[in-house]
Design a protein around this ligand. Structure first.
Ligand code: 13P
Length: 335
């Protein structure tokens, strides 16, 4: 087995998933201000350090995606952040794109940037301890979106990024996120997501990316958040599986979903059903940001010294998602 395949499996095996703690400073500032905490480098570190040192990290979190600021920070106990994560039994990773910018030639669409100088930045992150990376392409659904241009250009960037990351001996997380914003139906989400993922693999193969050494991070198939006719969780799970079965090559070892604005319970319940019905060889796990952190952040914001209480909430969410990644979750376990 290749080294990269081993890393991917270590991150996702045994019901483990990924904590996406790679919010940019702008995004993290929004999250902190929403709970009335000032967004200073110290506070951003304090919240993240509280999560990274929680006991749930060891059993349920196979990897943590960091942001450039965080991977270089030193904890209150004078450890480097990647060392803390490794000591907890998890794997440090890093977001390497530099954000989504307006896509020239299109209206209301974005292209993710960060390829310039990427090879050099990857070497630096590798030295800092990163074993895997993340790049997110973002697509929105409307009558004319995502356009062929956005599907093509984001797939191309994801493939160039992945090839560079593997060259540097790290596992690329390939994240094409079709947003849930809008009044579109789940059927439209299914069609657009299928097209987006298929194009990504076409480009990954063209760029000679080893598919056994990547992790796919897709959205689930959901109806738009403004859609009036909601489909059931069972239908979400079945459509998501149908989409991935038809568009993901079998070499890919694992799929780790983003939560994308679902509530914590919704994200857990849908993942659980996906695993209940999973008739593929793919590991189906989580790479959640908001759905792992929201409640913990809320409690922490009331008293930033309440390490134990914050960790307890985080441990519970991590445990629930780990059970869901094995199809063993039920609502009763939430209490
Ligand atoms: P959410 O789970 O909050 O969507 O974040 C995951 C992520 O990494 C988005 O890029």
């Amino acid at each position: 087995m290749s080294e990269l395949n081993n890393i991917a499996l270590k991150i996702l095996n045994n019901g483990k998933g990924i904590l996406a703690a790679d919010e940019s400073t702008t995004t993290m500032t929004k999250r902190l201000e929403s709970v009335k905490v000032q967004s200073t480098a110290k506070n951003r570190l304090l919240f993240r350090e509280t999560l990274f040192s929680a006991s749930g990290m060891t059993e349920y979190i196979g990897g943590v995606i960091l942001y450039d600021e965080t991977i270089k920070q030193i904890t209150s106990k004078k450890n480097k952040i990647p060392e803390l994560i490794s000591a907890m039994g998890s794997t440090p990773g890093i977001k390497v794109d530099t954000g989504a910018k307006v896509l020239a030639g299109s209206t209301n669409e974005k292209i993710t940037e960060g390829l310039d100088g990427l090879r050099e930045r990857l070497k630096e992150y590798y030295k800092l301890g990163a074993k895997f990376t993340k790049w997110r392409g973002v697509y929105n659904i409307s009558k004319e979106h995502p356009s062929k241009l956005s599907i093509q250009s984001n797939a191309h960037a994801l493939a160039r990024y992945s090839a560079l990351v593997q060259e540097c001996n790290m596992v690329p997380i390939v994240e094409p996120e079709v947003l849930m914003d809008g009044d579109h139906s789940a059927k439209e989400c299914y069609e657009k997501t299928s097209e987006v993922i298929k194009k990504c693999f076409e480009e990954l193969i063209l760029h000679k990316v080893d598919l056994k050494g990547i992790i796919l991070k897709p959205n689930m198939i959901l109806d738009g958040n403004k859609c009036k006719n909601k489909i059931s969780n069972e239908e979400v799970a079945k459509l998501t599986l149908k989409c991935l079965k038809a568009s993901v090559p079998s070499e890919v070892p694992g799929i780790a979903f983003l939560s994308g604005g679902q509530s914590e319970i919704e994200a857990t319940e849908n993942l659980n059903l996906i695993n209940k019905y999973n008739d593929t060889n793919f590991i189906m796990s989580y790479s959640y940001g908001r759905a792992l952190q929201q409640s913990a952040l809320k409690l922490w914001s009331q008293d930033t010294k309440n390490v134990e209480g914050t960790q307890k909430i985080f441990n519970q969410r991590a445990k629930m998602n780990s059970l869901a990644a094995q199809g063993k979750w039920s609502k009763e376990l939430e209490n």
